[in-house]
Design a protein around this ligand. Sequence first.
Ligand SMILES: C[S@@+](CC[C@H](N)C(=O)[O-])C[C@H]1O[C@@H](n2cnc3c(N)ncnc32)[C@H](O)[C@@H]1O
Length: 254
Amino acid sequence: MKLRVAILTLFPRMVEGPLGESILGKAREKGLLETRIVDIRDFAEGKHRVTDDVPYGGGAGMVMKPEPLVSAIESTREELKTARVILLSPQGARFDQAKAEELSRIEELILVCGRYEGVDERVRGYVDEELSIGDFVLTGGEFAALAVVDAVTRLVPGVLGNEQSSLTESFTGGPILEGPQYTRPSEFRGKAVPEALLSGDHARIARWRRRQALVRTRERRPDLFARLSLTKEDEKLLAEDDGRLDGARIFVDH
Ligand SMILES: C[S@@+](CC[C@H](N)C(=O)[O-])C[C@H]1O[C@@H](n2cnc3c(N)ncnc32)[C@H](O)[C@@H]1O
């Protein structure tokens, strides 16, 4: 499967760089991700190609005009015929891992970036949904669009070298955070790697990891923990003496 994404923006250079780096760049090289950056200004009319105007009724700032935006959406839709059109907006539904998984099963996406005080309300009639990346206000939708592309692309089969790694991550397979991770050296400035991880006993390591994930989620995100359906084994793990699993103490915040 290949993901084809178009990003509609007034600032193409803001998105060009990140799309060529690291995992996204490699996904493009492997032909698993195809990106196109559409400059909304190319669809503005007149000598000055104006894309924004003052708000009706007065008030601060400028509003993105509907004509260039809608023309850009319609033109891109002619190429990406099955695309879902998403407007990035602080007023949209919250983007999360479940939404990333849903979008990773769609082959074509058109991401529309607002700027200034936002877009003319009538543009909303030409998009399929609105997504927000959090309850804060960015100066434009570009970073939000990149966050969506990044989170979705890494779920496309073949993009991550090791498919297992995306299965054990936070928010995957339930509302739970991943537990602590360690790499070499086995001791760093007096802090040792938990003994369970060095044991070579796969079942013990899996139990240790599950317990750490449960404890970490309970500590840091009680809202997620409350939504978690604990299995009998989870309850047993949570009740277990830490010493039986890691030989010393619970590693929650290290
Ligand atoms: C300054 S914001 C406009 C905010 C708008 N006046 C409001 O109060 O809802 C400009 C653009 O940035 C993008 N943006 C800002 N915050 C965002 C967020 N949390 N998630 C997604 N996009 C966001 C949107 O595309 C938006 O049109």
